[in-house]
Design a protein around this ligand. Structure first.
Ligand code: PHE
Length: 445
């Protein structure tokens, strides 16, 4: 397939919103605040910022650069930077594609619950309580149907293509996300109890420091920036040669981290508002109740205790979560779809249909064996596979790819790069420091 027939982001802002949309997801709004709440508040925030800056950002530049150089799907892009290692490149590309599909298969289940909670809070307003309890109560049919609804939304966007689907929807939804966030925070801050949560979030508790906190922060940074599954590589392949990659990557990382930070400003105060209203958020021993309780039970319980305005806020809150999840899930589905379009010469519609169907089947298998599979798939994909594949991508970018070629690629959009600090540090950094830091993750975990 000719390069010119590939989709492209039509503007740099469009790309930034799409890549930030991929990065900003349940990891930011659900994962980050929960981890911060259970790992010393501000302490976790500080370590997380270090991890984003020291590890995730340099690797994001690597993934985007490989993608933009290849101007193709991950398998072909990796082959183009590693022409002598075809089997290796194929293995890493296929692994990324399989893992991201598995991530989507559990992500769609959680996002389905968000669909349920969103519709549920709307219906609560009109008093349809039977429907609400079906939508928000845990059952296999509900999990299955809502997952399919969310997958169909994801498939609809992806089948519309890069510019008309991914870029258009990310550019529409991301600003709405920011506005809703600000409204919610403005409201929460006026509520009794909020300041206690704010204090926990912004004043570090160093007693919580441990190697495990560092490891969790690293994993969180990885998941949050969508690294190690070729999603950013695919988005990079739709980016034009005028874009300054180090700068663009920095903007994406800043938006992602900014949203995680803002989500903390919302969720931690909200937890204490909930506590103030008599909702249980910490166990007797002072541990935070489990994370799914937080978003799907604790917060709705708080909204409920606030009467009608609470139900309205609840609709807004779940709309935010759903938007964030959708702009991430489309970047996941795009990985296997890009491979099918280019390697199997299929139309986008066809590729989206059968790949979406397979992911729904896998997701369905998880739904029917929830107790055994849900946690297992999350652990295998995010704790093990993402860092391992990420490590391989970094090794390929750092050791296999010719330094001059990397420089030539980065120079496009950033002609003066050789004189800057970035080029003095980054090449050695991704070769040596990133792999060592990552091996440490495995060692500690
Ligand atoms: N970064 C997304 C989030 O924070 C998750 C994601 C992982 C998206 C991997 C794409 C690829 O929710």
């Amino acid at each position: 397939m000719a390069v010119s027939s590939r989709g492209h982001f039509s503007s740099r802002l469009g790309f930034i919103l799409a890549a930030a949309g991929s990065a900003v997801g349940l990891g930011n709004i659900w994962g980050f605040p929960t981890q911060a709440a259970s790992n010393g508040g501000a302490l976790f925030l500080i370590i997380y910022l270090l991890m984003v800056f020291l590890l995730a950002y340099p690797m994001l530049v690597a993934e985007l650069t490989v993608g933009r150089y290849g101007q193709s799907n991950p398998i072909r892009s990796l082959k183009s930077v590693w022409p002598n290692g075809k089997a290796g490149a194929i293995a890493v590309g296929v692994a990324g594609m399989v893992v991201v599909s598995l991530i989507l298969s559990f992500y769609a289940i959680v996002a389905g619950w968000l669909v349920g909670s969103f519709a549920g809070s709307g219906l609560e307003l009109v008093g349809a309580s039977d429907a609400v309890s079906w939508l928000t109560g845990f059952s296999t049919p509900r999990n299955l149907i809502l997952m399919v609804v969310f997958m169909l939304m994801t498939m609809y966007v992806v089948q519309s293509g890069v510019t008309d689907g991914i870029e258009k929807w990310s550019s529409r939804l991301m600003p709405i996300l920011f506005v809703l966030f600000v409204l919610l925070i403005g409201y929460i801050f006026t509520q009794p109890g909020a300041m206690e949560g704010l204090k926990m979030y912004l004043v570090p508790d160093f007693d919580h420091f441990s190697a495990e906190v560092v490891v969790s922060a690293m994993g969180q940074a990885f998941f949050s920036l969508s690294l190690g599954v070729c999603a950013m590589m695919v988005y990079g392949s739709y980016l034009n040669k005028e874009a300054n990659l180090p700068k663009t990557a920095a903007q994406v990382a800043c938006v992602d981290t900014g949203v995680a930070f803002i989500a903390g400003l919302l969720i931690l105060p909200a937890m204490f508002v909930a506590k103030h209203n008599g909702v249980e958020i910490f166990s007797d021993s002072g541990e935070l109740l489990s994370s799914d309780t937080l978003v799907f039970q604790v917060l709705p319980a708080m909204f409920h205790s606030m009467g009608t305005i609470g139900e309205l806020i609840s609709v807004l809150f779940f709309a935010v979560m759903l938007i964030a999840a959708l702009t991430s899930s489309i970047s996941m589905l795009e990985v296997p779809v890009a491979v099918a379009i280019e390697e199997l010469n299929q139309s986008r519609k066809l590729a989206v249909s059968w790949i979406g169907a397979i992911i729904m089947v896998i997701s369905g298998i998880i739904v029917f064996n929830f107790g055994d599979l849900f946690g297992l798939v999350i652990k295998l994909t995010t704790v093990y596979a993402q860092p391992i594949i990420g490590l391989f991508i970094t090794l390929i970018a750092g050791w296999v790819w010719h330094r001059n070629q990397v420089l030539k690629e980065l120079k496009q959009g950033y002609p003066e790069i050789e004189q800057g600090l970035f080029w003095k540090i980054w090449p050695t950094y991704v070769r040596v420091v990133c792999p060592i830091l990552m091996v440490m993750v495995f060692f500690f975990s």
